[in-house]
Design a protein around this ligand. Structure first.
Ligand code: 5GP
Length: 434
């Protein structure tokens, strides 16, 4: 990659300005490995390439899920140990998320055994200051010292939790337990010309095998991460080579995070008059990146044709969930469910006849029929996504991001309401003149 002047230098990487984009810089991962805030330091040939490869693969997954990050390109294949990222001014806080007690947490809490599950996960903040061994900071101190605003810190905390949950899911697919994770954030220095303003908080830095603890089969003795290096007081060449083997294994395993699993939703509506309901479902699926196909087939009027459609959809490559739309007497959902081993979500359109009692035809089912009912079209799409996300980390991450946005919408509404309540009353309105 083209590199301009050196912008910054850390223990394991060097940053250069990008001569091609003012809003970007080039991160070059080095072959250094350090522990004890730089007190122990070694070189492992090829570690920089493995760090960049791991980071690029992690960030590509996070970008695909919709997590706002600095990663643009590189780190894989011909780019070796170089990545192009959005240029940020870094916030000097390490945000650590813990799902399992280990490391400094166990030292600070001697009553807690290593390996204890921490649920819900815990977020801690450490001020980046090697000379003082990265002291732990409270949220209040970060805000009081002007390191981040309350809104920025809330966003960093939420996104760190999201990243942890996405990566925990990815590792779980390989029977590996994500124990804890360190991430960092930056503020963009320049607008990107595509609508993202300067000052935006992005997940930044690297996320590589130095950033987490990972225990295959939940067994600490099988750890694959940098802790292996930390545990050796004076590493020999053979030790360093064994550490490199772990980093190679991790880079290769992270390459499997985005394995496409090919989820697909078959939407069957009983009548063309259900098209607008189906349209809302397809739109919500598409926002999650899930392909769908719509068919009109009636269990009452065209039973054989409906069975034919089900067998065609069942034969699609990849995994299938059905969403069935039928008003009045909904035979369709149970009919499709009996004909297929794939999940069926009944999403009947609202009906006002008979005081809305049509819905009971979706609820009271014969034995051996398992179609579930979700009434709102967008919720039915979400239910299908959750089913298909069980072994698809990109989809799982998109669901997590959607839930994160939903939470943010509620909190923002509350803030707006309270800002209005705190605002002085108008001086030219009725309230002021009374
Ligand atoms: P602990 O506080 O238990 O030492 O570390 C918690 C988590 O943050 C672990 O996953 C650890 O690898 C990571 N971590 C802590 N400090 C650093 C650091 O300076 N650099 C990197 N890359 N990761 C760190």
């Amino acid at each position: 990659m083209n590199k301009g002047v050196e912008v910054a230098r850390g223990k394991t990487k060097v940053l250069y300005a990008s001569p091609d984009r003012v809003d970007a810089c080039v991160v070059v991962s080095q072959d250094n490995i350090t522990a004890g805030d730089g007190a122990k330091r070694n070189t492992i040939g090829g570690k920089g390439r493995l760090a960049a490869l791991t980071t690029a693969r992690v960030f590509r997954l996070l970008n695909a899920c919709g997590v706002p990050s600095h990663y643009l390109s590189g780190g894989e294949d011909e780019d070796g140990n170089e990545m192009l990222v959005r240029r940020c001014s870094m916030i000097p806080i390490e945000v650590v998320v813990r799902g399992i007690a280990a490391g400094s947490y166990v030292k600070r809490n001697p009553g807690v055994k290593a390996g204890t599950v921490i649920a819900p996960h815990l977020v801690e903040y450490f001020f980046k200051d090697d000379a003082n061994h990265d002291p732990q900071y409270t949220a209040e101190r970060i805000i009081d010292e002007g390191i981040a605003s309350p809104a920025e810190l809330a966003q960093m905390t939420e996104v760190a939790g999201l990243v942890f949950n996405i990566l925990a899911h990815a590792w779980k697919q390989q029977d590996v337990l994500l124990v804890d994770l360190k991430v960092e954030f930056g503020r963009t220095i320049e607008a990107d010309g595509e609508g993202s303003p300067a000052g935006e908080i992005l997940l930044a830095d690297v996320i590589d095998n130095d950033s987490w603890r990972i225990w295959p089969a939940g067994d600490q003795a099988k750890m694959l991460d940098k802790q292996v290096y930390r545990n050796i007081a004076v590493p020999s060449e053979a030790d360093l080579s064994a550490v490199k083997d772990k980093y190679e294994e991790v880079a290769e395993r992270v390459g499997r995070f985005m394995r496409p699993t090919g989820g697909f939703v078959g939407i069957i509506m009983g009548s063309a008059s259900d098209a607008s309901h189906a349209e809302r479902i397809a739109k919500a699926l598409s926002a999650l990146g899930l392909p769908s196909r719509r068919h009109v087939a009636s269990a009452h009027k065209t039973p054989l044709y409906t069975l034919q459609k089900v067998s065609q959809i069942d034969a699609v490559l990849g995994r299938v969930v059905y969403i069935t739309i039928a008003g009045r007497s909904n035979a369709l959902s149970a009919f499709v469910d009996a004909a297929s081993a794939n999940p069926v979500i009944a999403c009947p359109p609202p009906g006002s006849n008979f005081a809305g009692m049509d819905v009971l035809s979706s609820l009271s089912l014969p034995s051996g029929i398992a179609s579930v009912v979700v009434l709102e079209p967008e919720n039915a799409a979400l239910a299908a996504a959750k089913m298909l996300a069980v072994d698809d980390t990109v989809l799982y991450g998109r669901v997590l991001v959607l839930q994160h946005r939903n939470r943010a919408t509620v909190v923002e509404a509350d803030e707006r309401l309270n800002q209005q309540a705190a605002a002085p009353p108008p001086t030219n309105g009725k309230a002021a003149s009374n």
